[in-house]
Design a protein around this ligand. Structure first.
Ligand SMILES: *Cc1c(COP(=O)(O)O)cnc(C)c1O
Length: 355
């Protein structure tokens, strides 16, 4: 085994996916499985497909390119860059959009490649990340999209609880439904999809409060961590430890808890402060801020206290531990969403799969 490593339980991810797909199915909602937090790792994405997701979705086209062998529709979540329209049309079937200029470029490229590219138009319901805010602008953009070749407008969508922290409710999602109906009436077209958000919309399903016209959710965090993200509650009968970080100890020594000498700056230019706890037993582990943020790792051993880290060293207080940790031993951590993202992105963290 090489360390540090992240152990990925494909069984647990499959279980979580099945639970969420089932919950959504009861509400006649399709699930787009979001793969960005694990950098579009194909084995994990394939597991989501086995668990029943109808689409794979990612914010980066580079990740969708990794998934091109998996035969299922792919959706690009982040608004396309004009500089990437070639890859977007080639490697995604659907993209979320809010800018006519970009959609026109997608149209040109789709015609050139003799493809039909599908579009979900994003509406900003108040979270103030992407999407068209003004209702009149929505109709204007739709009228222009309908003139374009190579582009098929398949629906509208929204994203919430990302920038502004706005929580999806029956009221704001009903506005999305109403806009969809107005578009259909005004242009005499049919839109198949209303994409009603991410893992923060799930609590509405549990409460039976989601407008029944919403028929797609894009789920990432709820699948990998088993929690909804409006209130951060765990979802019943799901796992929160599909990803586990394992590190190796390279030094164990008893040392003072306050450094000796004048305190200047630490490795990141901050002036550190220390609580004097006398002599403590510390373990240094071979991982650092290049691979993790301190707030994103949660030791399984509750007696461990995280003291700090530099780029490549993690320092733990193991004074209170019942376990007698030594050099070469391992320490295991649960990960937050940000933690999974960072260890999956780090090329220094080995990825191990468990079935
Ligand atoms: C990341 C993302 C999602 C998935 O969000 P989760 O909270 O992980 O479920 C859905 N939609 C868009 C547009 C995203 O960028």
């Amino acid at each position: 085994m090489r360390y540090p490593c992240v152990e990925i339980s494909l069984d647990k991810i499959k279980h979580n996916t099945e639970k969420l797909v089932e919950l959504c199915k009861k509400n006649k909602i399709n699930v787009a499985g979001v793969t960005k937090v694990f950098c579009g790792e194909p084995k994990i994405a394939k597991t989501m497909v086995d668990g029943g997701v109808q689409i794979l979705a990612d914010s980066r086209i580079e990740n969708l390119i990794k998934l091109r062998e998996i035969e299922i529709p792919k959706m690009l979540l982040r608004l396309p860059m004009i500089s990437q329209v070639d890859d977007v049309v080639r490697y995604s079937d659907i993209s979320l959009n809010s800018e006519l200029k970009t959609i026109k470029e997608l149209s040109k490229k789709a015609v050139e490649l003799n493809k039909k590219h599908k579009i979900i138009l994003m509406v900003d319901l108040g979270d103030l990340r992407e999407g068209i805010f003004d209702e009149e602008e929505i109709f204007l953009v739709v009228s222009e999209i309908l003139k374009l070749d190579g582009i098929e407008l398949i629906g509208i969508g929204t994203n919430l609880t990302c920038y502004g922290g706005v929580i999806p409710k029956y009221e704001n999602l009903s506005r999305l439904v109403k806009i969809k109906m107005n578009i259909e009436k005004k242009f005499n077209i049919k839109l198949d999809i209303i994409s009603g958000g991410n893992s923060s919309s799930l609590y509405l399903l549990e409460n039976g409060e989601i407008p029944e016209e919403i028929n797609q959710l894009r789920l990432g965090e709820s699948i990998v961590l088993g929690r909804e993200t409006a209130y951060g509650k765990n979802i019943e009968d799901t796992y929160d430890d599909c990803f586990k970080l394992i590190v190796e100890i390279i030094e164990v020594k008893e040392k003072p808890s306050v450094p000796i000498g004048e305190i200047g700056m630490d490795a990141f230019g901050n002036t550190p402060t220390f609580v004097d706890k006398g002599i403590v037993k510390r373990a240094i582990c071979a991982i650092g801020k290049q691979d993790i943020d301190l707030g994103d790792i949660i030791p399984y051993d509750k007696d461990i206290e995280i003291l700090g880290a530099s780029s490549d060293h993690l320092i733990l207080d193991i004074t209170k531990c019942k376990n007698d940790y030594g050099i070469g031993d391992n320490i295991e951590f649960k990960l937050t969403y940000g933690g999974i993202l960072k260890v999956m992105t780090s090329e220094y963290v080995e990825k191990n799969f468990r079935y």
